[in-house]
Design a protein around this ligand. Structure first.
Ligand code: ADP
Ligand code: MG
Length: 366
């Protein structure tokens, strides 16, 4: 595979990778997308035709130059090839002049989105392939450059998928009047949280045959514009972590497991969701590792299973994959929010998920 890349393509990748990226805000996407006329669809396609190759080229270059030989790991080479294929698809597409070009281009970017569906688990597999060959004294958590790279890489991926996703959604007939692409202009954080809890508890039930209770406090009428699938993802991961901690702590205990408590606060700048559990907390020495990739205290790590060719389906598991917290924090940061974890070892953990309410923070462009 690696030898197939011509010098010409690599030169073009480097040329595009040095161009300036152009960010968009949630507010801008909402305003622009609320009027999906042919003219706007054409403008959107033209923007993506010049913007996506820049973003994809940057990531391809980074994938070539990773520390500790990570670039040579088979799974990473596979991801690199997906990026190069997508770069070529975009660059070989003619200038977009009319709606028939737009239509064809939309098919291309839809296929690109599908091609990259499994980038996260495949990169994780690449890092675990590296972990296996590292000597026992060095922990993968200590390799700051690798985690910083993965943060940039996955953050950029969230942006690319958001841009493509918005363009695709704008083609959908009969959209919900409160939705602009994947953005819900009147999203109820309480509703989304409730759904995420239900999904996490169902998973906990399957895993342990039981699931602790979860209580929510918040204004049921409060809404603000946000991307429900992003919020669902974050709350789902945080609640799974709390459920697991509480379940494991109280499994063999006569006492009833204390409920996980969620508070949703609607401030002027931020909407904050606090998830508190009495699952025993996290030792202070573990806190610096929380947001590194592959760090997990789960007994089974699906990625380190020798036979795992990554049955991709099992990447949504109760725990063990070590990506829940770092990826959730990236989703929060993408729209100007953040995620913090505070713990009292011996008692429990509080997760503070801050979401920027104003929607005008600049898209982070690693
Ligand atoms: N609420 C919590 N209570 C106790 N430990 C937690 C909690 N949340 C996270 N952790 C610790 O952080 C680790 C990493 O979490 P995460 O990134 O979600 O990966 P995973 O859940 O796959 O292990 C967990 O394995 C666990 O040790
Ligand atoms: Mg988790």
């Amino acid at each position: 595979m690696a030898t197939r890349i011509s010098k010409k393509v690599m030169e073009e990748v480097h040329q595009w990778g040095s161009m300036k990226q152009h960010g968009v805000t949630l507010k801008y996407m909402m305003e622009f997308g609320s009027n999906p006329t042919d003219k706007n669809l054409l403008l959107s396609a033209q923007f993506l035709h010049s913007e996506l190759p820049i973003r994809i080229a940057r990531r391809s270059i980074e994938l070539e130059n990773l520390p500790c030989g990570l670039s040579q790991k088979p799974a990473v080479l596979k991801v690199r090839d997906w990026y190069l294929d997508s770069f070529r698809d975009l660059r070989s597409f003619r200038e977009i002049k009319d709606m028939s070009d737009e239509k064809e281009f939309t098919k291309i970017i839809k296929a690109i989105k599908v091609r990259h569906d499994n980038v996260v688990p495949t990169m994780a597999l690449g890092v675990s392939q590296l972990k296996r060959t590292m000597n026992a004294n060095t922990a993968i958590e200590d390799h700051t450059e690798i985690h910083e790279f993965l943060d940039r890489f996955f953050l950029s991926r969230i942006g690319i998928r958001m841009l493509i996703g918005q363009h695709l959604e704008l083609h959908k007939p009969n959209p919900n009047p409160n939705c602009v692409g994947c953005i819900h202009t009147k999203m109820s954080p309480l509703d989304v949280t409730r759904n995420a809890i239900e999904d996490a508890r169902a998973m906990c039930y399957r895993e342990y045959g039981n699931a602790p209770e979860v209580t929510i406090y918040g204004d049921p009428d409060f809404t603000f514009p946000y991307v429900p699938i992003h919020l669902h993802h974050m709350v789902f991961e945080l609640v799974k972590n709390s459920l697991r901690a509480v379940q494991e702590r109280f499994m063999d205990d006569d006492r009833v497991a204390p409920p996980i408590r969620i508070i949703i606060a609607d401030g002027i700048e931020d909407v904050t969701i606090k998830i508190s559990d009495e699952g025993g907390g996290i030792p202070r020495s573990g806190l610096p590792k929380l947001f590194t990739y592959l760090y997990s205290t789960a007994r089974t790590n699906p990625l380190l299973d020798e036979d795992s060719d990554l049955g991709i389906a099992n990447t949504v598991t109760m725990a063990g994959y070590g990506h829940g917290l770092p990826i959730s924090r990236l989703y929060a940061k993408y729209f100007g929010g953040d995620l913090q974890i505070l713990s009292m070892e011996g008692y429990g953990t509080d997760a503070y998920l801050h979401l920027c309410r104003l929607g005008d923070s600049e898209e982070p462009l690693p």
